[in-house]
Design a protein around this ligand. Sequence first.
Ligand code: ZN
Length: 181
Amino acid sequence: MKSTYIVLSGLVVTILIAAGIYLMADGTRAVSASEPTGNNQHNAGEDTMSEKIEKTDAEWRDILSPVEYNVLRKKGTEPPFTGEFNKFHGTGVFTCAACGLSLFDSGAKFDSGTGWPSFYQPIAEKHVAEKSDSSYGMVRTEVLCARCGGHLGHVFDDGPKPTGLRYCINSVALNFEEKQK
Ligand SMILES: [Zn+2]
């Protein structure tokens, strides 16, 4: 009887160890199986516009200069006639100073006389976001970078043809990439 008991208990221990190994192996499989799923989700979002850039206030403060931070993250406005792109006639593309997304083509730039660089249309509609802004007792339409949410300026409906729009943008919110000839 005693030897049967030892054999049985030995069998139980063997089964428990085998079950443990199986569970561990199963756990390992579960981890490796989740990786391709994650990659697939990443590949599905290849369009740069669907990949929004989100950073904390402290991270933006680290990346941007104090002047850029005040405009792009705190919705400040540079004084008129002071920005580097107000009287600027280079040929190329204006990009977001915070995330580099292309925003305005130099071909759509015009001299509005307001003291801020002005454009009659963005380079692509989905590259800019618009939001109603009722600050300072005025109802205006705020223009933001669609990718990082950075404040760019405002859009008004007193612009030239063909759109009749005037995107009034802070120079500080923009960088310029000259077109290669
Ligand atoms: Zn941006």
